[in-house]
Design a binder for this molecule. Structure first.
Ligand SMILES: Nc1ncnc2c1ncn2[C@@H]1O[C@H](COP(=O)(O)OP(=O)(O)O)[C@@H](O)[C@H]1O
Ligand SMILES: [Mg+2]
Length: 804
């Protein structure tokens, strides 16, 4: 027996004449099917999203009015993840890591059916059709992402429903044979669980647009879909949630209700009394809030292999029970329920399948969530969604275009060990796919693995080989007010230290000296460097002092700066030529851990590195570039340099660049006006890692970063959801672009892990392999190969490698 012969398919065909293709039912009712995307992204934390969607749905019902059926299908199906092909070595491993991972997809369809009077012959009603088309136009207006299905797509959907097979690709129809409890489809079966019982209605007293998580302290109050358990049904291929409302003639329905109330009120019986109260409540709602009365029907179809179906069905029933819903136990109408779940066929529902309620209440049962999708952009960075499936977001161009952000600068905050550097590595790896230039200022060797991988330049500060640059060496064309300001700041830092203060007179004097220095030296062709500047200043300053009769501690100036002059302790730093290759190198790491406690060198070196970055930016105007500053930002976040930081951020923006500041030092950012005014206020993207360790200071962080209540809720779910099953090691991160943020996972392949890791033993074991083999890829492949062969845990294998 084929599916066809068991039940004649309830459609007469598809009418393609009008603006939209119509699915025509056997009794003449006609439907349009619209594919939509539920606007509330799962775990978006914002209760108002649910409320808005709720009202949107009510509006649609109002637009349609009497004589219509609104049917919504939310199909949650499982499929195996497939990545697009990747060229690049680490990206290939990334794809392999996720290949075939089971994931969920939500497909949502709204079917709007124009009913015809039962029992009458179908007659062509031109006006009725025109009105219908008009209503559909209005519905589509309020559903900007809605897409009316054409004949091919409608047929595909009907076939998918008949076969309960929602994978893309060819579909084969199986025999449909109903039993007491389900409808069999070959090896699989579908069970319908109707939310209301035929005999009695057991629904919660009050329903809302969504519910709240309540199991863990950290996530309490977090909004989720009323039926969010549908995402978690175990052992099933697909769940179809069929939601239907019928809009009956309001006057007649009200009259019937009144009559029923009178009838019941005459008989003194507690059960009847209850019924009268219910009707009263309903009538009050209708009268007071101008509510529509609707007939509602909800049915959850679970499709699974016959063996696992009972487990899946049990899960659904007990989940419903927890929501206060006792689903129908009478399952004898399985085939009927299956048929009525077909798009446009809800008209076949029997009187006992419906319950009368207000439109508002009915819409509370409608499913409202969707899962995140790749953003529509060609500049995409990959994270995972919260179920562990790769999802790509654009942190730069798209949000700039839509006005969500105004700058590409970013601020990364999390306690030590929370995964900041790891996240940054992942970000960098993605960035490098877009031909980006990368300059990293680090204090702790977090980026040595990546730098090796990209064959970049790794510059470590040591006493023997200090990082040297000659910021004085510029051409006349490069000399401008900003350059002069920079040099002024540089001299001030060298003289006073980062925390020092320059009086207005002192600043003027230095600025004067710089002007005069270039005025003389551009012409006479002498060497431009700190030495010649210092010599010039020693002559010029006394001259200015004499002429202007001002106070200026010349002796101190001469003495303090002498150490940067020829013969001094730091003579190399500001005199040696800048390595020109830095301007063309794509990947540079400046590792300045060894001077991070040094009051003078640390800020000074940071400053000259930033200057190199700015020069590089001008030079490489054809590409994106990023400056990443780990803790070194501390060195520059002083009042003396605030102006320079602002200048840096402004310039970065002009030259298609971005600055990323990474920090764990709460003490340094809270209450630091420079950080707030220059760094945070200019970083439209904020990455927050697990903040549990910062719990006690959370209010201060929230104030500093202007985090509101909704965003706070999202932040507190970082690493708190029950989502580690069948996944590799990962950590979650909250990414706020503009005012709204989302939480994503940072999960990568073992190859990437070994490249990013900051754990010393792991790093050195990997380095051993890389050094032994010709290339990074070969070394890493050999490492992973040996590790897998060893049968050991990763820590044990690493210990073994480090010992050998
Ligand atoms: N997303 C992640 N997936 C797997 N391991 C991670 C992840 N993030 C961090 N780790 C582990 O934690 C260690 C510390 O992370 P790291 O980024 O260095 O922290 P932070 O920079 O915040 O101090 C890493 O070396 C790695 O072993
Ligand atoms: Mg770190």
């Amino acid at each position: 027996m084929s599916a066809k012969s068991l039940f004649n398919i309830p459609y007469a065909g598809i009418n393609k004449e009008g603006d939209y293709n119509l699915l025509i039912g056997l009794t003449g009712e006609y439907s349009i099917v619209i594919e939509i995307n539920n606007p509330v992204t799962r775990y978006s934390a914002d209760p108002s999203g649910y409320e808005e969607y709720h009202h949107l749905l009510i509006n649609i019902v109002k637009i349609l009015g009497e004589g219509h059926l609104l049917q919504k299908h939310d199909i949650i199906s499982r499929y195996a993840f497939r990545a697009k092909d990747a060229e690049e070595y680490l990206q290939r491993h990334y794809n392999a890591h996720f290949e075939n991972r089971e994931c969920l997809r939500v497909s949502t369809y709204l079917t709007i059916t124009k009913q015809v009077k039962k029992g009458t012959f179908y007659t062509y009603d031109a006006k009725g059709l025109r009105d219908f088309m008009q209503s559909i136009g209005k519905v589509l207006d309020v559903l900007p992402s809605g897409r009316a299905l054409d004949e091919v797509a409608i047929n595909q959907l009907v076939l998918q429903m008949l076969s309960m097979d929602f994978k893309s690709g060819p579909i084969s129809l199986n025999n449909l044979s109903p039993t007491e409890t389900e409808v069999n489809l070959g090896e699989r079966a579908v069970r319908s669980i109707s939310l209301v019982n035929i005999d009695s209605i057991d629904l919660p007293q009050e329903v809302s647009t969504h519910i709240e998580l309540n199991d863990k302290e950290s996530t309490r109050g977090f909004p989720i879909d009323f039926l969010s358990f549908l995402f978690k049904v175990p052992g099933c291929d697909a769940v179809v949630y069929n939601q239907v409302v019928e809009i009956p003639n309001q006057v007649m329905t009200l009259r019937k209700l009144e009559q029923k109330k009178k009838r019941h009120a005459g008989i003194p019986d507690p059960a009847n009394q209850l019924c009268v109260e219910d009707i009263d409540l309903l009538l009050t709602d209708v009268a007071r809030e101008n509510q529509l009365l609707v007939n509602a029907h909800f049915n959850i179809l679970i499709c699974a292999s016959k063996g696992t179906l009972p487990k899946a069905a049990n899960f659904v029933e007990s989940s419903l029970f927890q929501l206060g819903i006792i689903p129908s136990k009478n399952a004898y109408n399985q085939l009927e329920l299956f048929r009525t779940a077909l798009p446009g066929n809800a008209g076949e529902l029997k009187v006992y399948d419906w319950f009368l309620t207000t439109c508002d209440a009915a819409m509370c049962f409608f499913f409202k969530e969707s899962l995140p999708k790749d953003e529509p952009s060609d500049f995409l960075i990959r994270f995972t969604d919260r179920q562990g499936i790769p999802v790509a977001i654009d942190p730069s161009d798209l949000p700039m275009r839509t006005g969500r952000i105004n700058s590409r600068n970013r601020f990364i905050l999390g306690p030590s060990g929370s995964g900041k550097s790891f996240l940054t590595c992942s970000l960098i790896e993605n960035y490098m796919l877009y031909n980006m230039d990368m300059v990293i200022v680090d204090t702790g060797h977090s980026y040595s693995g990546l730098c090796k991988y990209y064959n970049g330049k790794y510059i470590t500060y040591t006493d023997k080989q200090p990082i040297t640059m000659n910021p004085f060496q510029i051409t006349e064309a490069e000399y401008n007010i900003e350059k002069k300001d920079f040099l002024c700041t540089l001299v001030a830092v060298a003289w006073k230290g980062a925390e020092g203060i320059l009086s207005p007179v002192e600043r003027d004097v230095i600025a004067n000296v710089i002007s005069a220095y270039y005025g003389n030296f551009f012409d006479n062709g002498e060497k431009l460097n700190f030495n010649t500047f210092y010599e010039f200043a020693l002559e010029k300053i006394p001259e200015i002092k004499r002429e202007e009769k001002i106070l200026f501690d010349f002796d101190e100036f001469r003495y303090v700066l002498k150490k940067f002059y020829q013969g001094g302790e730091f003579e190399a730093i500001l005199n040696n030529e800048t390595d020109r290759s830095l301007f063309t190198e794509r990947f540079i790491v400046f590792e300045i851990d060894s001077i991070k406690e040094h009051k003078i060198l640390f800020p000074l070196v940071t400053l000259i590195i930033m200057d190199v970055f700015i020069q590089k930016m001008r030079y490489r105007s054809d590409r994106r570039k990023t400056l990443i500053i780990e803790e070194a930002w501390k060195a520059i976040a002083s009042p003396l340099m605030a102006g320079y930081i602002l200048y840096l951020y402004k310039t970065v923006r002009k030259f298609w660049g971005e600055a990323i500041v990474v920090t764990q030092e709460l003490g340094d950012i809270i209450g630091n006006a420079v950080v707030k005014d220059s760094i945070i206020n200019n970083s439209d993207t904020i990455f927050l890692l697990d903040q549990t360790k910062f719990k006690d200071n959370y209010d201060q962080i929230a104030a500093l970063l202007s985090i509101n209540e909704t965003e706070r809720r999202k932040i507190f779910t970082i690493n708190q959801l029950d989502n580690t099953d069948q996944r590799g090691r990962f950590k979650e991160v909250y990414i706020r672009r503009g005012t709204i943020g989302e939480v994503y996972g940072v999960e990568v392949s073992l190859h990437q892990y070994l490249t990013y890791t900051t754990e010393k033993p792991e790093k050195s074991a990997v380095e051993k392999y890389i050094d032994r083999f010709g290339s990074y890829a070969e070394g890493l492949d050999a490492f992973v190969g040996d590790f897998q062969m060893s049968g050991k845990s990763l820590p044990a294998f690493i210990t073994q490698v480090n010992k050998s």
